[in-house]
Ligand binder design. Structure first.
Ligand code: PMT
Length: 416
């Protein structure tokens, strides 16, 4: 089986395909065919507009099952409606997702077979946008899509190139095999199943008094992406998070804390039996030696703040666990503004981690708060660099950890 085919294994999985009314609807037929070819089941729901581009019979022929279009069709609703689709779905794939369909999905509408299915599914959702470049760049479309991503939805594409209307630019539906590969990744490689993973994320807040604290600009995005990826790949994930504006990632047990000491306590509680620890949190190294019970009144002159060290969560795990035969794999991060690799190697040794993910902070497009990251993966034997959206960087970090994990803690039974 070719590597592409291997990546597209859909055995024992059902992909519900929601087809939007765009010129690229015909490419959804190829996506459906690839899922069937990957030994998966396809069930199709179409918007009315989609039927203007491709007839339901085409999808019925590929999927071998009735296509849901009209919610008010007594016969199909009774025998096979959107709720049945939602029950069967291991993945809900919306392709092509037009600007209008994305807006209605974001608004939680339930006015056609695709939007009602989206409201009823509990499985992961993958959206493949397709529209004219000018529409794709419209802030309304971008905001709608960002809102879906914030709810834990996944996006593949769009691609760039010549569009049906002759324009050239971003907005083309991703290629069918890219969509099918993304769908398969979301479903297929449950290569962390049976594993217990603990991830720390976000900043900590060290109180000066009830209204002031020391913190940092960590948004939590990197750690949340890692927790979501590990959960999607079958792990049982506990996310210990400092204060963030992010929703709990789906399929992850999220425990929220404020201070470094609280984070350390919670990590100690959940650490026993873990296979993997990933310290992505920007844990404050210092806290005010004492925090005032009431707001410190402003005085005429300067103030001095005495700081004291906080517990080093990662180093504590390293000193307690590293080197033991069944020690969990410890992955640390290094946030550096200069000499990134040198400092990362120092942390690798100093904190007795197996791997360190080093990222340059303080600039744009990487580190704190950005949607993308540029990281160097540092171990005692290798160095690799990865750049891109934090979700993709997280996938690559987990890919990198996997062989170390499987070598350190072989599975009790081989994956089926
Ligand atoms: O959250 P985002 O906005 O997405 O930004 C992501 C990030 C920049 C925060 C992330 O990629 C990152 O670099 N996290 C680590 C930040 C950090 O504190 O790095 P450090 O070099 O100060 O710490 C080294 C390691 O020790 C880290 O794994 C850290 O979690 C851990 N540590 C540090 C101090 C402490 N008291 N306890 C710890 O466990």
């Amino acid at each position: 089986m070719s590597d592409t085919m291997r990546r597209m294994d859909f055995a024992n999985r059902t992909v519900v395909l929601g087809v939007g009314g765009g010129i690229a609807a015909y490419k959804a037929c190829e996506v459906a065919r690839l899922v069937v070819k990957g030994r998966g089941k396809v069930r199709v729901a179409m918007t009315r507009a989609a039927t203007r581009f491709v007839g339901p019979l085409t999808f019925q022929a590929i999927s071998g099952a009735p296509v849901v279009v009209d919610l008010l069709d007594e016969q199909t609703e009774r025998s096979y409606g959107h709720l049945q689709l939602a029950r069967e779905a291991d993945l809900f794939l919306v392709a092509p997702a037009t600007a209008d369909l994305i807006a209605r999905l974001r608004a939680g509408m339930g006015d056609d077979a695709v939007t009602t299915t989206a409201l009823a599914v509990t499985c992961p959702i993958l959206v493949a946008p397709a529209m004219n470049t000018r529409m794709w760049k419209n802030p309304a479309v971008q905001e709608n899509l960002a809102a879906l991503v914030a709810r834990g939805w996944h996006v593949v594409g769009p691609g760039a190139g010549e569009l049906a209307d002759g324009d050239v630019g971003e907005g083309r539906l991703a290629d069918p095999d890219e969509i099918a590969t993304a769908a398969s990744r979301l479903l297929g490689n449950l290569d962390l199943s049976g594993r217990r993973v603990v991830v720390t994320a976000g900043p900590t807040r060290e109180p000066i008094d009830p209204v002031r604290f020391i913190s940092n600009p960590s948004s939590g995005k990197m750690g949340y992406a890692l927790a979501a990826v590990a959960a999607r790949r079958g792990a049982e994930v506990v996310l210990v998070s400092g204060p963030t504006a992010l929703p709990d990632p789906s399929g992850v047990r999220t425990l929220r804390v404020e201070t470094a000491e609280e984070m350390a306590r919670v990590v100690d509680d959940v650490a026993p039996g873990m296979d993997l620890f990933i310290g992505a949190a920007a844990v404050s190294d210092y806290r005010p030696a004492s925090s005032a019970p009431h707001k410190v009144k402003k005085g005429p002159g300067d103030e001095t703040l005495k700081l004291t060290r906080t517990p080093d969560i990662l180093a504590g795990l390293g000193s307690r666990l590293a080197g033991k035969p069944d020690a969990p794999v410890l992955v640390g991060f290094a946030a550096e503004t200069e000499e990134v690799i040198t400092r990362a190697r120092e942390k690798l040794k100093g904190k007795r981690c197996d791997l360190v993910v080093a990222n340059k902070v303080g600039g744009s497009g990487s580190g704190f708060g950005s949607d993308t990251n540029r990281v160097a993966l540092v171990s005692s034997t290798e160095l690799a660099e990865i750049e891109g959206p934090k979700e993709r960087v997280a996938e690559a970090i987990v890919d990198w950890i996997l062989p170390v994990l499987d070598a350190r803690r072989p599975r009790a039974k081989p994956l089926k």
